[in-house]
Design a binder for this molecule. Structure first.
Ligand code: AMP
Length: 462
């Protein structure tokens, strides 16, 4: 399969050659001919599958083919994205792919002055990439008009809903011309997304390039159980031990991001953070420095989980697990992109077991656990996934003298679990119940129960 066989014109093929794209990815092979034919799309595509080119290439071609001139303050195609970073990135992709075409593109988003955006829109823009909030501001001030919009793209639609843009999307749908082409892209398809699409897409072609909610196969994923207070130490150790080069690290909070960066910088490790409190300019600067290799460790909150496209990023570390399980898929999608292999390592403490359980349920896979010698947690991370399916409460003993009062309440639920009979490692001896909270078991990978994982053997590369 070639790009020219998909019906793309010479100026686009030339740009793709410059970029070194040789064959279309599966989502591109399906989306490009359909979009060129004017169809609506509902595409479930994982991060890093090439979905941006899947809509940008045919869109550019349709816009270049049509004779229509864009009017003042008008736009001909609208691409809605959840974050500023993604807006910049998608706009950059349009520019690259459309290098040899006379199709203009521009990105608007909040957090920066609205005036330059209003000025630029006066001349009209063929493709406007926008975050919903800022777009509504511009629309309400008449800086942008939708009457010429022929195509609407919702990129990472699930994320837009997660970020609370449902109301903005309703407003925009009401303002957009009813006769239009609509392309909806989402890494994951929830019921909310399906109801968002309902009645707003015309006989859409459904594309699903990977099983629902699965993670990219090229990514080796595993969990390192650790006590919360030793995460920083473990991270520093693993980085040195495994000779990590560039690492993208995800943390839960803005403060956590700043603290970790401070700690790394104190050790003379080049690190920077991106999170919602940082001005847009410094977020972009940090991302650029990371892309050029000047910054080795980029610490990010989930605001950065989407839209970062960094070539060949070998490691993603979940220093904290995400609160929203679906973010796990987006986070780790920063590695293993465009067919490259990658590693996604999650440092998980006992408190995070419910989050781990939710992630595993979503990806339908129990992540393997691999304790780091010297960092075995005192507070055991409770079992998750299949191993935790054992009955939570054992039947009350019928005979007198059975377990009754006086037994710590927290023995329940684990006593009858099949893993209980497995030999304990010496590190857990001495304290009742393996030294952990409530007699919780050791990690699945260590107690004789082989966890089901995508990868086989030890995923680490020393
Ligand atoms: P996306 O999923 O759109 O964020 O794209 C992920 C990465 O894959 C980007 O770095 C693209 O430049 C790259 N890419 C997209 N399509 C292709 C292709 N057909 N061949 C090689 N690289 C591609």
């Amino acid at each position: 399969m070639t790009f020219s066989a998909l019906g793309l014109a010479a100026p686009l093929l030339q740009a793709l050659e410059t970029l070194g794209y040789k064959t279309p990815t599966p989502v591109q092979a399906q989306a490009i001919p359909a979009v060129l034919a004017g169809r609506d799309l509902m595409a479930a595509a994982q991060t890093g599958t090439g979905k941006t080119a899947g809509f940008a290439l045919p869109l550019l071609q349709r816009l270049a083919d049509s004779e229509e001139k864009v009017g003042s303050n008008c736009i001909r195609a609208l691409v809605l994205v959840p974050t500023r970073e993604l807006a910049e990135q998608v706009n950059a992709s349009f520019r690259q792919y459309g290098e040899h075409l006379a199709v203009s593109s521009y990105a608007v988003y909040g957090g920066v002055s609205i005036n330059p955006q209003m000025m630029r829109l006066r001349r009209g823009v063929d493709v406007l990439v926008a975050t919903p909030g800022r777009l509504i501001d511009l629309f309400s001030q008449n800086a942008v008009k939708f009457k010429q919009v022929q195509t609407l793209v919702l990129d990472e639609a699930d994320r837009m809903l997660d970020l609370g843009f449902a109301h903005e999307l309703d407003t925009l749908f009401a303002a957009l011309p009813k006769k239009r082409q609509t392309l909806l892209f989402s890494a994951t398809f929830s019921d909310e997304i399906r109801s968002l699409a309902k009645g707003r897409l015309r006989d859409p072609l459904s594309i699903e390039v990977a099983p629902r909610n699965s993670t990219v196969k090229a990514i080796k994923q595993w969990v390192v159980p650790v006590d919360k207070k030793r995460k920083a130490e473990l991270f520093l150790f693993m980085r040195k031990d495994r000779n990590w080069g560039q690492v993208l690290v995800f943390v839960k909070t803005k403060r956590g991001a700043d603290e970790l960066v401070g700690l790394l910088q104190a050790k003379r490790i080049k690190a920077d953070a991106i999170h919602g409190d940082k001005p847009q300019a410094s977020r972009l600067r940090a991302l650029e420095s990371f892309k050029t290799g000047e910054v080795q460790i980029l610490v990010a909150t989930d605001v950065a989980a989407r839209g970062l496209d960094i070539d060949d990023l070998p490691q993603v570390v979940n220093y904290d697990l995400p609160i929203v399980a679906e973010d796990y898929i987006h986070r780790i999608g920063r590695t293993g992109r465009a067919g490259a292999t990658g590693e996604a390592i999650s440092l998980v403490c006992a408190d995070e077991a419910p989050l781990l359980g939710a992630i595993e349920a979503l990806i339908k896979q129990t992540l393997s656990r691999d304790e780091e010698p010297g960092f075995e947690p005192d507070h055991r991370v409770p079992l998750t996934g299949g191993a935790a399916q054992a009955p939570k409460k054992p039947k009350k003993p019928k005979v007198a003298g059975g377990r009754g009062k006086g037994v710590p309440s927290n023995w329940e639920g684990f006593d009858d679990a099949p893993a209980r009979s497995a030999p304990r490692r010496p590190g857990g001896a001495g304290k009742p119940g393996g030294g952990g909270k409530g007699g919780m078991l050791r990690s699945a990978g260590k107690n004789g129960q082989k966890p089901k994982t995508a990868g086989t053997g030890k995923p680490r590369s020393r």
